[in-house]
Design a protein around this ligand. Sequence first.
Ligand code: SF4
Length: 633
Amino acid sequence: MFGIAGQMLWVDLTHGKVEKRPVERELLNGYLGGRGINAKLLWELTDKGLDPLSPKNPLIFGTGTLGGTFAPCSGRMTITCKSPATDGYLKCNVGSHFAPELKFAGYDFIVVLGRADHPVYLWIDDEKVEIRDARHLWGLDTRATDQLIKQELRDDQIKVAMIGPAGENLVNFASVMVSIYRAAARGGVGAVMGSKNLKAIAVRGTGDISVANPDQFMEAALAARRAIREDEYCWTRSFHFGTAQGVIGANEGGTLPHKNFQDGFMSDVYKLSGEYVSEKFAHPEACSSCVFHCGRFSHVRSGPYAGSYTAGPEYETLASLGSKCDITDTTAVIKGSEICNLMGMDTISAGSMASFMMECNERGLLKDHDLEGLDLSWGNADAMLSLLEMIAHRKGIGDLLANGSRIAAAKIGHGAEDFAIQAKGLEQSMVDIRGSMSYALAFALNPRGPDHLTTECLAEFAYTPEVRQLAIEVSGSEKGVDSLSPEGKPKLVAWHEDIYSVSDCLGICAFTDTWSYTRINFENLATMFASATGISMSADEIRRRGEKVFTLERVFNVREGRSGVDLDVLPPRMFEPSPSLKGGEATLTHEKLGRMLQEYYKLRGWSTKTGVPTAKNLQDLGLNFLKEKFVRE
Ligand code: SF4
C-alpha cells in the first residue's frame, strides 16, 4: 500500500504469540492513520469499566501516515490505551526516530495485548519478530536499558521504546521513553506497559516507504518545508529556543505557574528561560524529518549536579520542576529532568506532586506523614530531587504520591483536594489558564485531562500580525485575540482540536500547527495525505476526519459513564483569582466556562444539556456504530 508500510503487528504476551495483519485501506480512509486508527482499535478492543492495569487493556503504538517520508516533522507516533490516572481515554504523542524505523521494518502499528509471566522485550528486525527474555533488564533505568539492548543485539542503530523503574512500579504517571531523548509521558502509559511485563520494544528496519504520486508529494512536502523555514517567528524563536522560548512571555503575561499555581508570575525567571538554557547548557537535537529542531540536550558541567545530562528541559519541565516549586536553579531542573527520564516518569505530573507537597507543607498538613527527614520548604531543590526518586521507587511517602495528586489529596485530606491542580485524575499542564480563556476551554474539553497536547491554542496570543489575523478569522471575532474574553473561543478551540487531530494521524508534529500557523493548514495536509496514499482527500474532508477522531475519543469517556460536568472539568483553583491577573479579580468563572461550553456544544452538534454527541452528529461523522454501543450500555 502507498504511504504506509501496510501491516500491523498483534502481540499476545500471555501466549507468547505474534501475528501480522494488513492495514485495511478503508480504515486508513476513515481514520487517517496514527492517532485515529489507534482510537478506533481501542474502542473495539475494550469494554466499559475495564481496569487499565488488567491484561485486557491494549497498548497500541501507531505511526503517522506520513512517517518515514519527506513530509516536514513527520516522525511522530501515538501510543493509546485506557489511562490508569484518569480511568478514561489516553493517547500520548511522541517524537524521536522510532516511528519511521518501525515503518521501515514493515509495520505501521503494534497492538500489545495480555501480560507476560516474566519481564520480556519485543525485538523487531524487519520481518523477524521475537519476544525475548528481559529479566536481566528489569530494574534498570532507561539509559542502561537502551545501551544493553543495543549491545546484546550488536547494533547501535536500533531504536528503543522502553519503561524505567517507574513503569515497573506502576507509578500512575510513568512514561514510555522513546530513545533517551523523548517521552510519551502523560496519563500513565508507562504503567500500562509495566503491567504487561513489557520492558521495551526494539526495532530495526531497512526497508522504505513508497508514495502514490511522487511528483505531487515532493512538491507539496517541499513547499511545506520551505514555508516553515521562511517563517520568521519559527526561524528566530522556535529553532533556537524550542518550547522553552515561552517561559519569559508566559511570566510577563501572568500565566507561568508559580508556587503550585498560587500565582502566575515569578521574579528572576531568566535562568529558567530558553534563552539562558540554550546559551549555557544545551545543544540542539531533533526528531526524524524535522524542520524546527526544537529539541535540546543539556549538560551540567559544574556545581552540585555536575555530570547530569538530559533531553530538554522543555517549557513544561522548566515550569513544573522550576517555577511551580519556586526553584530557579537551572542545574537542579536539569538534574530533576534527568531523574524523571531515567526512571521513566512524566516531568509535568512528577513536578506537580513536588509543588503540591510543598504547599501541603506550607499549610502544615504533613504532620502525620513520614517524610524521611525531607524539608519540603518552597525552593528546596534537593528535597524536590529526593522526592522524585522516592516516587519512582514507591519509597516512604513516594508510595502515596505515585498514585497521583487526586488520590494523594484525598488521603491527606483537610481541604488538600482544593489545591491539587488536577482534573479527571491528570495533573494540569503548566499554563495558568486563568490568563487564557481558549486554553481554559480546551483543557476542560480534552478527553485525557487538562493538558496542552491535544489543543495548544497559542493563536489567541496573536504573537505575529499573521497569527493575529488567523485567530480573528477562525474565531469570527476581534475578541478572539483577547485572552480574557470568552468571545470567539469555542470556534478557535474547535479549529485547534481538528488540526491537531489531523496532524497526529499523519504523524506530523503539532508544533507545525502552533508555531507556523499560517504555513501548515488543512489544504497542504490534505494534499500530502492524498499524494502519499492515493486516497483522494479535500481540506474540508480532512478536517472532518480530525473532528471525527476527537469525537470518538470523547465518546470513549461517555461510554465510561461520564457526561456534563464529569466530562469537562478543571481544577478548583483555576476559578480563584490569580494575584498576577487583572487586579486580583477572578478571571475565569464557572459562568464564563459554562457559556463557552454551551456555545461549543452547539457548534459541534452535541447535546447542550449533557455535552454528549447526538445521534445526528455521530451519523454525520460516520460514527453510527458508537451510538449503538454507548446507548445500550
Ligand atoms: S518540532 Fe521539536 S518535537 Fe516537533 S518534530 Fe521537531 S524536534 Fe520533534
